[in-house]
Write a protein that binds this ligand. Structure first.
Ligand SMILES: NC(=O)C1=CN([C@@H]2O[C@H](COP(=O)(O)OP(=O)(O)OC[C@H]3O[C@@H](n4cnc5c(N)ncnc54)[C@H](O)[C@@H]3O)[C@@H](O)[C@H]2O)C=CC1
Ligand SMILES: O=C(O)[C@H]1O[C@H](OP(=O)(O)OP(=O)(O)OC[C@H]2O[C@@H](n3ccc(=O)[nH]c3=O)[C@H](O)[C@@H]2O)[C@H](O)[C@@H](O)[C@@H]1O
Length: 465
């Protein structure tokens, strides 16, 4: 008989910890869920009386939080207390790419994970199930086990791997109806305890159990395969542009083959998000560590292709605008790495902007969900130019029509639905002529906009000769 869990703690109140725990709390009313974080500002935002001010924008999330918060869902900075009281502890802290030392620029930085393990080891007075929710290199559970079991306080820790597969922008739907929940571990009782939590709403056949190493590696593999599909279609998008083919038609044609499938074949200005690049780099690093050079090179190509896609989008803007964008106003529609999220981590927009700023362009950004300070922070983080220069060259506005006013070009960087509904006649009237649109998401109706008078470039769509 497995132990029935009544108290869960989750360390890390970010894009994964917040939504995942909110859904567990909503679906399992008998379990008390406390999400803790060292970032007091973030916790305060999760506790904001106005539920629309929670720190993660995700369709449907504020409703879930409104329903469960204060009943069986709590957000707190009291990490020790939550660890002490919980029977099951999820670790959902960030695992960014290392920026120093061995593995710099490739390996996952596990310092936050280790700090959590040490804190759990120090605080725990009774047996705990520790769940890896963060994405981790294969064999991390070994390190966790070593830290936890060497505390000498007689507490037994079972370690499970339970990677998260939600995508931002659809997190709530993904959590409600996951394709699968993956649980890796070696203690049948601990595995069953976690299966029972998910079984509150996930059908049993969608809950997969494996050994812990398969589970850890499956998460990196899933992201590598998904990113590979985007790089594959993006590689073809360039060939389509040269040959008069249309990448969207090619995607439809190949996607009907049930072995290929229609999803995740949308050509774009390049994938972004906090995880694809980081997780592939991590996979490449692990392969290299084992001396698997060909394996490492194979996967690294996915990243190189993505860098190329961002670069060539920016280069194309420069060459189309008569080989100079110096002093020219370019309106960016979108900054988030995809629609329906306020997350900008690794967004293609940041890199396209950086290339254009090197060419002395003036950029005006409109994004429906990303605040001004985030956009400046993203550019400052690159350290390409001074903070002052970034603020001189980049303006952030709250009105899309203000962004396009007297612009030489519009660049679509995120596929927000609202961009399609804009009054493009009005935009055309307000822009300088010729008015260029660079659609990095193949979002807009190319023929309709050409009809209005725009000079159109759509990613992956060649001109029929
Ligand atoms: N963002 C996403 O869509 C997905 C992310 N993941 C993985 O989930 C993990 C978390 O990702 P996000 O939620 O996006 O990160 P995040 O950066 O939004 O949140 C992580 C939180 O952990 C907190 N934290 C760090 N160290 C801590 C400590 N010692 N004690 C308490 N709190 C601490 C940070 O203050 C931060 O608020 C990563 O490993 C990521 O690869 C997995 C699936 C989807
Ligand atoms: O580990 C993670 O963090 C998550 O990473 C991705 O989720 P996410 O990055 O939130 O969003 P995606 O929908 O995968 O999009 C990633 C990027 O690829 C781009 N993309 C996606 C699909 C596509 O067909 N074309 C394309 O350019 C998106 O615009 C975006 O920039 C995975 O889809 C999730 O399963 C995983 O849990």
């Amino acid at each position: 008989m497995s132990k029935k869990i009544s108290k869960i703690c989750c360390i890390g109140a970010g894009y994964v910890g917040g939504p995942t725990m909110a859904v567990i709390a909503q679906k399992c009313p008998d379990i008390e869920v406390t999400v803790v974080d060292i970032n007091a500002q973030r916790i305060a935002a999760w506790n904001d009386k106005d539920v629309n001010k929670i720190p993660v924008y995700e369709p449907g999330l504020s409703e879930v939080v409104a329903e469960a918060r204060g009943k069986n869902l709590f957000f707190s900075t009291e990490v020790d207390k939550a660890i002490d009281e919980a029977e099951m502890i999820f670790i959902s802290v960030n695992t960014p790419t290392k920026t120093y030392g061995k593995g710099k620029g490739m390996a996952a930085d596990l310092k936050y994970i280790e700090l959590c393990a040490r804190q759990i080891a120090r605080v725990a007075k009774n047996d705990k199930i520790v769940v890896e929710k963060s994405t981790l290199p294969v064999r991390t559970a070994e390190a966790l086990k070593s830290i936890l079991h060497n505390t000498g306080n007689g507490v037994n820790f079972d370690i499970l791997s339970n990677p998260e597969f939600l995508a931002e922008g659809t997190a709530i739907q993904d959590l409600y109806k996951p394709d699968r929940v993956l649980i890796g571990g070696d203690s049948p009782e601990a595995i069953q305890a976690l299966v029972d939590v998910y079984a509150c709403w996930v059908p049993n056949e969608n809950i997969l159990t494996t050994n812990v190493w398969s589970s850890e590696l499956s998460k990196l593999t899933a992201n590598a395969f998904l990113a590979q599909r985007v790089s594959s279609i993006n590689a073809l998008s360039e060939l389509c542009e040269k040959t008069g083919a249309d990448v969207n038609e090619v995607a439809r044609a190949i996607g009907t083959d049930s072995r290929i499938g229609p999803k995740f074949l949308k050509a774009s200005v390049g994938f972004g998000g906090s995880c694809f690049q980081k997780d592939i780099l991590n996979l490449v690093y692990i392969a290299k560590t084992y001396g698997l050079t060909e394996v490492a090179d194979y996967w690294e190509q996915v990243i190189l292709m993505n860098d190329h896609q961002k670069r060539r989008f920016a280069d194309n803007i420069v060459s189309t605008l008569y080989n100079t964008v110096s002093g020219k106003k370019i309106a960016f529609l979108g900054w988030a790495f995809k629609k329906d999220t306020n997350d900008t981590r690794e967004s293609a927009a940041i890199y396209v902007a950086d290339h254009l700023l090197n060419e002395q362009a003036e950029i005006v950004v409109y994004d429906p969900k990303v605040p001004e300070e985030q956009i400046y922070a993203d550019l400052d983080y690159l350290n390409t130019r001074s903070e002052k220069e970034n603020r001189n060259l980049v303006t952030v506005v709250n009105d899309p029509y203000e962004a396009v006013n007297e612009a030489h070009a519009v660049a679509v960087l995120t596929e927000w639905d609202e961009f399609k509904a804009y009054d493009w006649q009005k935009i055309y009237r307000e822009m300088l002529k010729p008015s260029f649109v660079f659609d990095g998401r193949a979002l807009l109706d190319k023929e309709q906009l050409k009809g209005i008078g725009f000079e159109m470039y759509t990613i992956g769509v060649g001109e029929e000769q």
